[in-house]
Design a protein around this ligand. Structure first.
Ligand code: WTA
Length: 656
């Protein structure tokens, strides 16, 4: 990582106070109350988290140590025994919530299903027994590659129930990307579907699984379990592939939850970093259960009567923490939608809100910008009066999009909760508490109690207010990732060594630049490393580069992000070709297609620029900073003295 100059240019002065009536009924009712909790947590984090763990969760056996911190490795609630599927399901069955809607699901074609806590519990138990029957044991890994259907959540909870770790792979990933992840996790079973409905087409999933495991591509995979969703014809390999409904039919609904150690692995979720290989982010059981539970409860002020809808995909961390585990652990009603806004129904989200009386709606800035473009007549034609709170996540939200969301969707009555967090953090880190925190459009506001966030320079020294720097966390928290799967060294290097430990204290840093204003509000400015954020999806530039270089025509590639009105950032690839190749439109589209095949449609470069050579330092490092300037049409700023061959820039400028 080079030392970038982090400049903050945003000056936003609007302030929105919490609505007194909202505050009165909220879990956290005032700024004073937040500050008291915050100070208490800061003074004794272990006591703070222990008290919450005790009051908010069921434990089969209590822990004997709250935190064992051998930097950068943390263990929370050591020797505690717990099962997150018990906390999400069983414990509600002995209360009135037994027949409360746990999951409301809406399919894209208009079919829907509601599962009560008792019904969801039953299906999870059956599937847990099916997994066992297929030879899955505690400690094994299971790959989940699914559309947005209830079975995705059921499969996750069934894994948790028997102590197998899941790795959910986003359904938009290609067969290649799927294979890499199944191999890295050594998955024994893959759960998938014949396909899913999205944007009026069928997204095929089973054929991708077939491709990923063909020719012994993922030798650990013994069985494939297939949900029938679209009734597409799919290939079923006898002995290896099984229909979900066939095995469910014979499965017992009695499956007691496995008592798991608090630190047993709950899941691996792959995320992009600055090298070509995705990182398997490991989350464990007890700490993650507590953190996803309490952050959702306080930041979204979750109440018993809420109908809560998060539009993320279960393939991302937001789907894990805030469609499945957080809401169900709280006994809430969580809504899941299979489809997406599309030409035939650009207003489908507003239909879902009206149909189900959604009260809390959580989406991403890229989606909000798309709604703005589609026009406010779509939401205005529906009744959105049920909404009482709005959330956003994934990238910094531009104040204009914030204001539109506030006015048009929230009817100027719903607080907007802008949540800053990451796959690695497990749950919200910086977020308003809506009954307590005044909001400023574009700011994620204040740290969650127990989170000691700060802005520092590369030496770990705090920077003054309103000066840009690196966003770090000073004390471990229960939801933090524990390691990179199979590579603890990478965990240490990536997150804990960019900024040197100071006075023996380790600082967690995962790649964002930010500033803190005079009120202590955080303004996240985006990534400072080689990660691009396309429509809220994190993509490592190295991953896209590796994909490009794997094409026979390509000699070298450098990938950068450029600002994009809709997606936040778009990918621009600078490519040099092998000697016998000539640049052409056809080759450019073939290369884009190649990236789609290697990674998935989310990584398709918006633009390919052919060039004879790339700007490099004398030590051979590609100077991406210069390419970023070029890609976004800016003047080439900053120091170019380390450039090896200065004529390269002139050629690039000339549109080579
Ligand atoms: C960005 C998603 C500004 C940030 C939960 C972070 C945000 C990365 C916000 C993590 C926000 C997420 N404001 N930036 N409210 N939320 N980000 O792992 O750059 O997919 O590091 O987790 O998204 O993306 P990830």
């Amino acid at each position: 990582m080079s030392q970038p100059t982090i400049e903050s240019i945003l000056q936003e002065k609007r302030l929105f106070q919490p609505n007194p009536e909202f505050s009165q009924h909220a879990h956290i009712k005032s700024l004073d109350e937040y500050q008291q909790i915050y100070e208490k947590a800061k003074a004794d984090p272990q006591a703070f988290w222990a008290e919450l763990a005790e009051t908010e969760l069921d434990w089969f056996q209590k822990w004997d140590t709250v935190l064992d911190w051998q930097p950068p490795f943390a263990k929370w609630f050591v020797n505690g025994k717990i099962n997150i599927s018990h906390n999400c399901l069983d414990r509600h069955l002995t209360t009135w919530r037994k027949n409360k809607a746990a999951l409301i699901w809406e399919g894209e074609p208009g079919d829907s299903r509601t599962l009560t806590y008792a019904q969801l519990h039953r299906e999870v138990c059956q599937m847990a027994n099916v997994f066992k029957q297929l030879g899955v044991q505690k400690g094994d890994r299971i790959g989940i590659y699914m559309p947005m259907i209830p079975e995705a959540a059921i499969a996750m909870l069934a894994c948790a129930r028997i102590g197998a770790a899941h790795t959910v792979i986003f359904g938009g990933f290609s067969a290649e990307a799927l294979k890499d992840r199944l191999v890295d996790a050594q998955a024994k079973l893959v759960v998938t579907a014949d396909g899913g409905f999205r944007k009026d087409t069928i997204v095929p999933l089973k054929p991708q699984v077939d491709k990923a495991i063909a020719d012994n591509g993922a030798p650990s995979v013994e069985n494939v379990l297939v949900v029938q969703r679209t009734k597409q014809q799919v290939n079923m390999e006898p002995g290896r592939d099984h229909w979900w409904h066939d095995l469910q039919a014979g499965a017992s609904a009695n499956c007691p939850p496995e008592p798991m150690d608090s630190e047993d692995m709950l899941f691996i979720l792959y995320t992009s970093g600055t090298t070509g290989k995705p990182k398997g982010v490991v989350h464990t059981t007890g700490g993650y259960n507590l953190y996803s539970h309490i952050t959702l409860k306080w930041a979204f002020d979750l109440q018993e009567t809420d109908v809560y809808w998060c539009t993320a995909d279960v393939g991302w961390i937001t789907g894990h923490s805030y469609i499945v585990y957080g809401p169900l652990s709280n006994g809430a009603t969580t809504l899941m939608y299979e489809g997406a806004p599309r030409a035939s129904n650009p207003g489908c989200f507003w239909d879902v809100i009206e149909k189900h009386g959604v009260t809390i709606f959580y989406t991403a800035p890229t989606a909000i910008r798309a709604f703005i473009k589609m026009g406010e007549h779509h939401p205005k034609a529906r009744n959105l009066a049920s909404l009482r709170l709005l959330g956003t996540v994934g990238e910094p939200i531009n104040p204009e999009a914030w204001m539109w969301y506030y006015r048009i969707i929230g009817g100027e009555r719903c607080p907007i909760v802008d949540t800053w967090w990451q796959t690695e953090t497990g749950g919200f880190m910086i977020t308003p508490l809506p009954g307590a925190t005044a909001t400023k459009p574009g700011s994620a506001t204040l740290p969650f109690p127990g989170i000691l966030a700060d802005i520092v320079d590369l030496d770990g020294n705090p920077v003054p207010h309103n000066e840009g720097g690196y966003l770090v966390v000073r004390h471990p928290w229960p939801g933090m990732m524990r390691t990179v799967y199979g590579d603890p060294d990478r965990f240490r290097r990536t997150y804990w060594e960019h900024i040197a430990p100071k006075d023996g204290q380790y600082l967690y840093f995962a790649g964002d630049g930010a500033r803190c204003d005079e009120d202590g509000y955080f303004w996240v400015m985006g990534r400072v490393d080689d990660v691009v954020n396309v429509s809220g999806h994190r993509l490592g530039t190295m991953e896209v580069e590796s994909a490009l270089v794997s094409h026979p025509a390509v000699a070298e590639a450098a990938v950068v992000g450029k600002p994009d009105d809709l997606k936040g950032e778009d990918i621009v690839a600078f490519v040099t070709l092998e000697g016998n190749q000539k640049p052409s439109e056809e080759l450019a589209s073939a290369l884009k297609q190649h990236v789609v095949k290697e990674i998935g449609a989310i990584a398709r470069p918006g633009e390919i620029r052919f060039t004879d050579s790339l700007p490099k330092t004398r030590s051979g490092k590609i100077m991406r900073r210069l390419l970023r300037n070029l890609a976004s049409g800016q003047e080439l700023a900053g120091d170019t003295s380390t450039l090896e061959d200065r004529t390269v820039l002139d050629k690039l400028r000339g549109g080579a």
